[in-house]
Design a protein around this ligand. Structure first.
Ligand code: ZN
Length: 325
């Protein structure tokens, strides 16, 4: 069976675009690898943050809607997005978050071997920095050169996991293990951990049972969808047809320029996506200048003038020359 493998990206909703960039490219030190528009609403941005070239598994993306109402975390949501750090960086991050005035909780231990710092982004999105020995073994540090806001050794090394808050978990568990190549790896209290790759960072989905909790409400500070990796178009299509035969209503493969996307809603209510690894973010600009200019899909290029006039001005945390400088 051809199966998808691990997290490709998480997409969430933000309000103020500049505050979003300042937090993710500034405080957390990720790279803005693409500034484009929401293909379904081209008058608003779509930002992609990730590693040097935005490899699948490193990506957190945002729809920053300036007037978005604040959402509410609750059941039926991908409530928590977790980034991987190495064990030697916990102290660095505690100090950095404190200095930057970011609210966080003192580290706690989970599953005996993870140290977890819980924090929120400026819109209230629940995040974690998770340190584990395996991060050191699996994920090399990213090197952003002059763009680096965080020393390379302490930098975030991609996604660690996502946590879905759900009323019950049986049907979602069946989807993960039956169609999507995950297996149950661990259990602790109300958390059931599934992994598609032996617990490697980026391959983890935690189902947290929150029976009786109010339902989540979509808005700023909540996750819009979680995307899982398909190595290529064939894998994506094979997963899609398995989903269809399992009774899921999956979209056709939509061209997102940087990958192709199939969306469907999992039984617990979270919007899932199967996204291809390629072609990636260097398809329309060089690796060196990723994220510095507004990129539009070809079908929107004729409307560039109008779109640029509607989008709010934004800047990166540090001054970098534009692509034509
Ligand atoms: Zn997506």
């Amino acid at each position: 069976m051809l199966v998808p493998s691990g997290i490709h990206h998480v997409t969430a909703i933000a309000s103020d675009p500049q505050r979003n960039i300042d937090f993710y490219a500034g405080v957390l030190g990720l790279r803005l690898v693409k500034r484009t528009v929401n293909f379904d609403d081209p008058t608003t941005y779509h930002f992609y943050f990730g590693d040097e070239i935005g490899r699948p598994g490193s990506l957190l993306t945002f729809f920053p809607w300036p007037n978005a109402h604040r959402g509410r975390q609750g059941a039926g949501q991908a409530a928590v997005t977790s980034f991987a750090i190495v064990p030697g960086s916990v102290g660095f991050w505690l100090e950095r978050l404190l200095k930057q005035g970011i609210e966080f909780e003192q580290p706690v231990t989970r599953f005996d071997d993870e140290r977890v710092i819980a924090l929120k982004d400026p819109d209230g999105l629940l995040l974690e920095l998770v340190s584990h020995q395996r991060v050191e073994q699996c994920e090399p540090p990213m090197d952003l050169g002059a763009e680096a806001q965080v020393p390379s050794m302490h930098g975030i090394r991609g996604m660690y996991s996502v946590t879905l808050w759900q009323d019950g978990h049986q049907q979602t568990a069946e989807l993960l293990t039956g169609t999507m190549g995950f297996r149950l790896a661990r259990e602790q209290g109300s958390i059931f951990r599934y992994t598609s790759d032996d617990g490697r960072p980026g391959s983890i989905v935690d189902l947290r049972i929150v029976a009786g909790l109010w339902p989540g409400v979509m808005g700023a500070g909540t996750v819009h969808h979680v995307a899982f990796r398909a190595t290529n178009n064939e894998t994506q299509m094979s997963v899609r047809s398995e989903l269809e035969s399992g009774g899921y209503n999956a979209t056709p493969a939509l061209d997102r320029d940087y990958f192709k996307s199939v969306y469907f809603r999992e039984p617990g209510g979270v919007l899932f996506e199967i996204a291809t690894d390629g072609p990636g973010f260097t398809i329309d600009e060089s690796a060196e200048t990723l994220g510095r200019a507004l990129k539009l899909p070809a079908w929107l290029e004729p409307r560039r003038f109008e779109i640029e006039a509607l989008l709010p001005n934004i800047h990166l945390p540090i001054d970098l020359p534009g692509p034509n400088a």
